[in-house]
Design a protein around this ligand. Structure first.
Ligand code: ZN
Length: 62
């Protein structure tokens, strides 16, 4: 399980199912792989918005 070869399968999975979100707290772009918990990797905030949902992003304007 600890072989470096495992990195390959990780890249394939990431390319196939990574969704990008914007953090509601700090506005950082966060790539979340399918099956991973929704959480900002910069600040740890759990509320993320889909990048396409611009309505919600404006909420962060303040
Ligand atoms: Zn954040």
């Amino acid at each position: 399980m600890s072989q470096p070869a495992g990195e390959r399968s990780y890249q394939q999975t990431a390319a196939a199912s990574t969704m990008h979100y914007l953090c509601a707290e700090c506005g950082a772009k966060v790539g979340i792989n399918k099956g991973e918990p929704i959480r900002c990797k910069e600040c740890g905030h759990r509320i993320l918005y889909k990048q396409r949902t611009r309505r919600m992003v404006q909420f962060e304007a303040r």
